[in-house]
Design a protein around this ligand. Sequence first.
Ligand SMILES: Cc1cc2nc3c(=O)[nH]c(=O)nc-3n(C[C@H](O)[C@H](O)[C@H](O)COP(=O)(O)OP(=O)(O)OC[C@H]3O[C@@H](n4cnc5c(N)ncnc54)[C@H](O)[C@@H]3O)c2cc1C
Length: 506
Amino acid sequence: MNHDYDIAIIGLGPVGSFAALLLEKKGLKVIAIDKEKDIYSLPRAVSISDQGLRMTQEVEIDDIYIKHSTEVGGAGFVDKELKFIGEPIDLKGFTTPNGWPPMRFFHQPYTDKEIRKKLDETSVTILLEHEMMSVEDNDEGIKFITKNLTDSKEQEYSCKYLIGADGGSSAVRKLLKITQEDLDYNRDWVVVDVELTGKNRLDDKAIQICDSERIGTFIPSHLPFRRWEFIIYEDEDKNDFENDKKIQELIGRWLEPDEYKIIRKAVYQFHSVLADNFRKGNCFLIGDAAHQNPPFMGEGMMSGYRDAFNLAWKISYVINNNFSPILLDSYQEERRPHANFVVENSAGIGELMEAYANANDPEDVPEELVAKGYGSFILPNLDEGLFFGGKALDSMAAGQIFPQIVLYTDGVIEERKDHLLGNGFSFISKNKIKILDHHKEFLDQLNCKFITVESDVLESNPWVSGFLELGDTFVIRPDKYIYGCSSNNVSLEEIIDDLKARMIRN
Ligand SMILES: Cc1cc2nc3c(=O)[nH]c(=O)nc-3n(C[C@H](O)[C@H](O)[C@H](O)COP(=O)(O)OP(=O)(O)OC[C@H]3O[C@@H](n4cnc5c(N)ncnc54)[C@H](O)[C@@H]3O)c2cc1C
């Protein structure tokens, strides 16, 4: 059957926009729909991680984030006198295996605006002020109806796959009758962005404020902006926190009212919820439609970017290269446990803040809670999914992200080399990679790239050389996760046979 589009994306927030750019770049015919005319105006995402920046390289929006962001100086928990509890984490000047600093703070109105402009220049059909009304998924594909909010006219479209990127109150999730698991962190917070009117005199470390009078967060965002977030207690009236005077009172510990302008504020209920399914038939949920967490870890949008990055190459292989749709089963298998970690650990930071605030001595706070709060700084590898043998084996480093090869000049990164890996699977080794004739057609169909890393590059890339000590040839998925690596125990031929069986089975 002919469809109007390969993919429909419902919701053009940051996650839907990223998915649209990724899928369009893969040559797919994409329609993207949003009920709003403009980008979201209230204070939301402020940090992008190293993996986030690496993912954005794929559609060349990393420069947008860099232009409008600042490297994070450090982070830690402080007591009611604003003194650090233990040592703060120093993040400055550090490059991770992804080839970027661990985190940067950006100003979302600037980045979202430029990303929307970039999307406007692509072949994606964009319908703004259109609301998703209904979806029907059957053997012939998907039919969905949207309503034009300017004239109330309804229109039906068809597509092969539909992606719900329509945020926390997702209509797609509700229409598909996908239930959610509530992980039980539901608290009201007020979030305020200010613009400094004079010189900055605030520290460059993000702090979690563990004060029993009111816990909160301070974020040294991209100058001239600064962010504060404060909890609202159950016996307080949320409406009071919409008032500038109240906000000036809260910020008064740091700044006098004539030192800043309040530019945006919002009262949110921070949730921790996870959809029970990230997929139903040919429809998928990504971003906040699939998972929501309090923002203490700065990972909500990142989790959504990971969803889009994980799904886009799989859908593209199915549509463009006729690989088995069974590939798509691995989306939920891989992404749901990872997103669950982010949701749980984000709430863990909130719980640790409350525990520190209420303890007479920080030493009294239970170890498990401290571990949960700080555990969030190291994200897990993938476990079950599209890996050699179906499970990410430690012995092969499978399920881990392969480091990005970078080139330095005078100790400064001059070039990031992910583009060498192309947009399909890639093979990386210190030695010349030998491929058997009967595997060549399959690897061509996968658009594989073969990279032999020269010794001078290995010397300047300790993360890469560290991995290449563990095995001979690394098979890397398009999202840079390791599928497997050959060694004395497993040959490259066995790995390719295994991959082929997973990609073409019925
Ligand atoms: C205070 C705060 C701070 C945060 N800080 C960070 C951070 O530092 N780093 C980070 O990674 N994350 C952070 N997050 C989380 C991050 O903001 C969200 O995870 C992210 O915005 C989710 O993006 P999304 O595109 O999935 O959803 P949204 O941004 O909610 O976009 C959904 C889109 O769908 C559209 N839509 C909804 N329903 C329909 C419909 N029926 N038809 C058509 N369109 C529809 C909406 O108009 C909207 O444009 C923070 C969140 C908050 C609240």
